[in-house]
Design a binder for this molecule. Sequence first.
Ligand SMILES: Nc1ncnc2c1ncn2[C@@H]1O[C@H](COP(=O)(O)OP(=O)(O)OP(=O)(O)O)[C@@H](O)[C@H]1O
Length: 246
Amino acid sequence: MKTKNNIAPVLKIEALTKSFENNHVLKGFSMEMYQGENLVIMGKSGSGKSVMIKCLVGLIQPDSGIIEIMGKQISTLSNQELNHLRTEIGFLFQGSALYDSMTVRENLEFPLRKHKRNQKDIQFLVEETLDSVGLLNAINLMPEELSGGMKRRVALARALILKPKIIIYDEPTTGLDPITAKEIIQLMREIQQHYKTSSLIITHDIDCARVISNRMILLIDGMNYAEGTFQELLNSKDKKIQAFFK
Ligand SMILES: Nc1ncnc2c1ncn2[C@@H]1O[C@H](COP(=O)(O)OP(=O)(O)OP(=O)(O)O)[C@@H](O)[C@H]1O
């Protein structure tokens, strides 16, 4: 396997293509992500970020290309192996997507049920994870009783509860006021330090990208058009790159 400084990537995408009829969305997108890094992917609306994530987690089939997660090529895995691999990945989707009819505790218990843990372990994990997002006191509340920022924290706790090696954040600050967005970004940084996860962050929020990214990739015209640190990309003279920072 190709490595950088002898470290294998936790995630590797090579020459990914996906079209919907004449709409060629991904045209050979490649990237690598390494353990412990916060990698931000930016791209204009409709550039194919969600399509890329769906390919990554096996929700849609790419037309061609290779995806490796922790050294495993996902197209070669059985459903059972794929399901197991998915437990190593946490997701924070747009809009939080909590179950409205369940309490915070039940929302967090839900992903654990499938994994045959005993009630005592479940209770411990739920409380530990809620504490790590600063919301232990909200454990018995219903989602409708939470603010937007609290909902996002609970969703983050749910993404973390199986202690994933990779977390995928899809627009983590969308719909939040600037102060709450800053709090969520700060929490993402703390979580990365505490759990040593690798984070793939899809965002339009340039402030979020500046604060959180160790490295960024710009998805333009279906390709990995540019990658580098925030500062490197900010200093670029390329007009397509500059457009992101205006
Ligand atoms: N299931 C599908 N069938 C047909 N076209 C699709 C499908 N899913 C996505 N597309 C098309 O693929 C393109 C990329 O969509 P995608 O949702 O990945 O964009 P995005 O970069 O995530 O945008 P946004 O930032 O607005 O969320 C769009 O033109 C979209 O219409």
